[in-house]
Design a protein around this ligand. Structure first.
Ligand code: MOS
Length: 739
């Protein structure tokens, strides 16, 4: 026993704990799906269509089939009838892979080669001879939002009478913005390893949601969910591209059943641009009406996004666009427009990223027109309730984000006139914008087990996609049970475990985190009960309030303030483990009496050389209100990553389409540019770090997406401030500033 005052009282929550899997990752020992090679495995490679619309006239596989090691070549001509369409959206599309002879986008899988090695499979795929009957695509239309829309998709938010109120406003803004078609560009291309045993299917899968993938695969094969097991080892980045099920997963499972061996299918780097979705291009028209003092009166937000010919997917730009601000009249609607590309999907804060770009730039335009400081304009429009529903916020520290960010950034050094700040050949611009991400409430479960050796296991079907989930879940259990984070093992990424929340929509910290916390509290309560009822315990008969769980055991709060380790308590009572399950069943956003969101204030400094107007973000301060910060180190990294990929979207990323064929012009990291170190200046993420236990018991809200939301408009607003030129079309490449 040790005496109390020597004990470590630091709470593991919020601490800068190193990632559990860090050493394995940096030493190359971490296993990704594409590293898994079961004994006797075969390999499959997809062949993509070379036209973006039309039909397959003929498809010859004879030559491919005779190649060395080739086991089978599948196409629409011989696809076994074992799969049916699982429901959208958990499956990405309304069509099955190899469904028929129709081609709806360039890169659509038209054949699958299966061989002993990946190289043999790739060669066989190349040898499949496909003749197409191309359909003429409507050249150019995807690039212009004017004219009648191909489809109406009546998603609307409406309150008051925006159309009537707007013309009577003292000041009005009417502007159009455009955002580009973007790729997730995760480091790890998606992969699946499929194997069958006794009619049961196991998938090792780069997945953001093992339980959702399991259910979708089970639906496709007509299996009971318990006959499908999905395992996600560490995932090498996702950004939304591994949220739903894509054809390669079904194809790998199909192939494995055809050849009677485990099959690994890793999509190629190029296929990562065509086969797991993208963010669609958007056009948005924003009309703002405001009083002389800058307070908004009416807003009309019209949004159009591209979609495929097989799914009407609406990019939800309008959902949260105006949430932080108070005003009476709103009309917002979204429409979709078909082009010959694959179906889009969620990516890097879907809807919110492009939506905020338009809204926050329009506010900056209003501020310039009114000659009001852009930050002051936001303050004047701050809403103390959720403006759509009128519900109070669970917590909202956006005003503190403004204050903290402005001070850290030095916003008061900004001289308002565009072009008024210079440094040598450089124009200097300061811009700011707001980010908001509405919190998602999702049921989640976890099991926490305390073992007689004093270690703790956490079991929850979450997945580590790079954000630090395994580590933060360990910290939560460690904090509640009172052990060091290193004494906690976290088991995730497996459908045999209790279902966690999916790892998308910034749902992990709040939902899965709360489930882990609830399970850990039950373990703590049970071990307390055991000790307080044990006549051999020094704490026998004490009230639970008189002892604390920390440093791997119980500590009396009154003298003698001693530690009794859990190992001793459990062994003395012949208890091997204390195992408890936590169920977190939050109310939905609709039924909760409060509204919850994470907030951000972004401040950016750009410098633009007047001789070659390339925009450089030299400084960025992002201040986040995401409730309690679970791990300052991983949160800071996540925020930095989110800001960096949003700088990519602001300044360089664009997946361009050939206007004559709708085929992608730059599906590769050589031509699709993402930021590298030289593109990134000094990035300072800051956190308000006030727990929001109204939103979730764990006090934390999602951070993943809000990091990125609002960065692009901050950059665009800084570019305007530097140059006086308003670029309303992302990315802001030098040619647009030269024009
Ligand atoms: Mo994300 S688009 O919630 O992975």
């Amino acid at each position: 026993m040790t005496t109390g005052h020597e004990l470590d009282r630091r709470d593991p929550i919020g601490a800068e704990v190193d990632r559990i899997e860090a050493l394995a990752k940096v030493t190359g020992r971490a296993t990704y799906t594409g590293d898994v090679a079961p004994a006797g495995a075969a390999y499959a490679v997809m062949l993509g269509s070379t036209i973006s619309s039309g039909r397959i006239r003929s498809l010859q596989t004879n030559e491919a089939e005779t190649g060395d090691g080739v086991l089978a070549v599948l196409s629409h001509l011989n696809r076994p009838p074992w799969i049916a369409r699982p429901p959208v959206p958990y499956y990405c599309d309304t069509r099955l892979p190899l469904e028929d002879d129709q081609v709806h986008f360039g890169g659509q899988c038209v054949a699958l080669a299966i061989a002993d090695t990946a190289e043999q499979a790739a060669e066989a795929a190349e040898r499949v001879v496909v003749e197409y009957e191309p359909r003429r695509v409507s050249a150019g239309t995807p690039h212009r939002p004017v004219g009648p829309y191909a489809d109406r998709y009546p998603v609307e938010f409406r309150r008051g009478e925006a159309e009537t109120a707007l013309p009577h406003s003292d000041h009005q803004i009417d502007v159009e913005y455009r955002t580009a078609h973007l790729a997730h560009a995760a480091m790890e291309p998606s992969a699946t390893v499929a194997s069958w045993e006794d009619g049961k299917l196991t998938l090792i899968e780069s997945s953001q949601a093992v339980h959702l993938h399991r259910d979708a695969v089970a639906a496709a094969f007509g299996l009971a969910p318990e006959d499908v097991r999905v395992i996600a080892p560490v995932v090498g980045g996702a950004f939304g591209g591994k949220t739903f099920l894509w054809p390669h997963t079904l194809l790998a499972a199909l192939a494995s059943r055809v050849v009677g061996r485990p099959v690994r299918l890793t999509i190629t780097r190029k296929q990562a641009f065509t086969s797991t979705g993208h963010m669609p291009a958007t056009w948005q028209r924003i009309r703002l009406g405001a009083r002389r003092d800058g307070r908004l009166t009416a807003v009309i937000h019209d949004s159009v996004n591209t979609t495929s010919h097989t799914v009407d997917r609406q990019e939800p730009t309008i959902q949260a666009g105006l949430v932080p601000y108070a005003f009476s009249h709103l009309a917002a609607q979204t429409q979709v427009r078909r082009i010959y590309v694959g179906t889009s999907t969620v990516m890097r804060a879907p809807g919110d990223t492009p939506g905020r770009f338009a809204v926050e730039c329009a506010l900056d335009e209003l501020a310039a027109q009114l000659r009001v400081d852009p930050l002051e304009l936001r303050r004047r429009n701050h809403s103390s309730v959720h403006p759509h529903t009128g519900k109070p916020w669970s917590a909202n520290h956006l005003l503190r984000c403004y204050e903290r960010g402005a001070a850290a950034f030095g916003w008061d050094r900004r001289t308002p006139e565009p072009g008024s700040m210079r440094l040598g050949h450089d124009l200097v611009g300061f811009g700011m914008a707001v980010g908001v991400h509405e919190e998602r409430h999702r049921a989640a479960s976890a099991r926490v087990v305390l073992t007689a050796d004093g270690t703790v296991d956490v079991y929850t079907g979450t997945q580590e996609i790079g954000g630090g989930t395994l580590t933060t879940m360990a910290q939560i259990a460690a904090s509640v049970v009172g052990v060091r984070p290193k004494a906690v093992r976290v088991h995730g990424g497996d459908t045999r475990l209790p279902a966690g929340a999916p790892t998308f929509g910034s749902m992990t910290s709040g939902n899965t985190g709360s489930a882990v916390r609830i399970a850990a509290e039950k373990v703590r309560d049970e071990v307390l009960r055991i000790a307080l009822h044990d006549p051999r315990s020094p704490f026998y008969g004490l009230h639970a309030d008189a002892v604390e769980c920390r440093e791997g055991g119980l500590v009396g709060l009154t003298e003698p303030c001693r530690l009794e380790p859990y190992s001793k308590i459990l062994r003395r009572n012949n208890i091997a483990t204390v195992s408890m399950r936590g169920e977190y069943a939050p109310r939905s956003a609709e039924t909760a009496p409060f509204a919850a969101a994470a907030f951000a204030a972004h401040f950016t400094e750009v410098r633009i050389d007047t001789r070659l107007p390339r925009v450089r973000v030299v400084r960025h301060v992002g201040v986040f209100d995401c409730g309690r910060v679970l791990n300052t180190k991983t949160a800071t990294s996540q925020a930095r990553g989110g800001i960096i990929f949003a700088i990519g979207g602001a300044l360089m990323e664009s997946l361009d389409l050939d206007p004559d064929s709708d085929r992608l012009l730059n599906p590769g990291l050589t031509d699709y540019h993402v930021p590298v170190n030289a593109d990134v200046g000094e990035i300072t993420p800051l956190f308000i770090d006030i727990p929001d236990t109204v939103a979730h018991p764990v006090g934390a809200k999602g951070l993943g997406e809000v990091c990125a939301i609002g960065v692009a408009p901050a950059v665009a607003n800084a570019v305007f401030h530097a140059t006086g030129k308003r670029v309303r079309d992302l990315p802001i490449t030098p040619d647009k500033l030269l024009r």
